[in-house]
Design a protein around this ligand. Structure first.
Ligand code: FE2
Length: 218
């Protein structure tokens, strides 16, 4: 079974998600659904209701895990199984780390939500580099963790290549998605060509320039 968007919002409320985690989840949902719709226009066969619910609920245990220290992805998957929503439990369980290498010729709902989560830092769409730099800063407190984060970034880059090799847009197209637009039904990347978006490479150069000028001013 797959929960409806209203059921997802009710579950998020029931589990007392912190405000900033709710905002992050709402934006991950927008990014994941836009990407899934774009992939379906390119002949993939993604179930939008699974992508929607999986993205809404991917961090359902994150707030509790701040206190308990539990693995929020694993616990989230188990919770959804218990609630009878086994149609999305794997999406939630694998939203941090995918079980398999990205070799399947088709794209799965699990991969779309996993990637969307890697492109949203708090409540803003960012490049993979910026997201992983933040993860490294917050969680990379020993060598083993840094190695795992580096591996995860490597896998995310592979996944990005796989997803966008099917599309006529670049990863930079996702920068146009935000929580600001009230009408969540309209995806800003819909029907736009490859050259109608902010340039990903120049976005990264801007980030790099910002971080170098901050460092040199310290
Ligand atoms: Fe997340």
């Amino acid at each position: 079974m797959i929960p409806s968007p209203q059921e997802c919002l009710d579950i998020m409320k029931e589990y007392n998600m912190l405000e900033h985690i709710v905002r992050h989840s709402l934006l991950v949902k927008r990014v994941a659904v836009c990407l899934a719709e774009e992939l379906n226009r390119a002949e993939e066969d993604l179930d939008i209701s699974k992508v929607t619910a999986g993205a809404f609920l991917h961090d359902i245990i994150k707030t509790r895990s701040i206190i308990t220290g539990e693995d929020h992805a694993k616990a989230g998957g188990e919770l959804l199984e218990r609630l009878g929503f086994n149609g999305i439990s794997e999406i939630v369980r694998q939203h941090v780390t995918l079980d398999n290498e990205i070799i399947s010729p088709t794209v799965s709902e699990i991969e779309v939500v996993n990637y969307a989560d890697k492109r949203v830092k708090h409540d803003k769409v960012v490049a993979l580099e910026e997201r992983f730099a933040d993860i490294r800063k917050r969680y990379g407190d020993n060598e083993k963790r840094v190695c795992l984060i580096n591996l995860s970034e490597h896998n995310a880059i592979d996944l990005e290549r796989k997803l966008f090799s099917r599309l006529s847009i670049t990863p930079g197209a996702l920068f146009t998605i935000s929580l600001r637009v009230r009408d969540s039904s309209s995806c800003p990347i819909k029907g736009r060509g490859r050259n109608n978006f902010p340039n990903y490479a120049s976005h990264l150069q801007a980030i790099f320039a910002r971080s170098s000028s901050t460092k040199s001013s310290k």
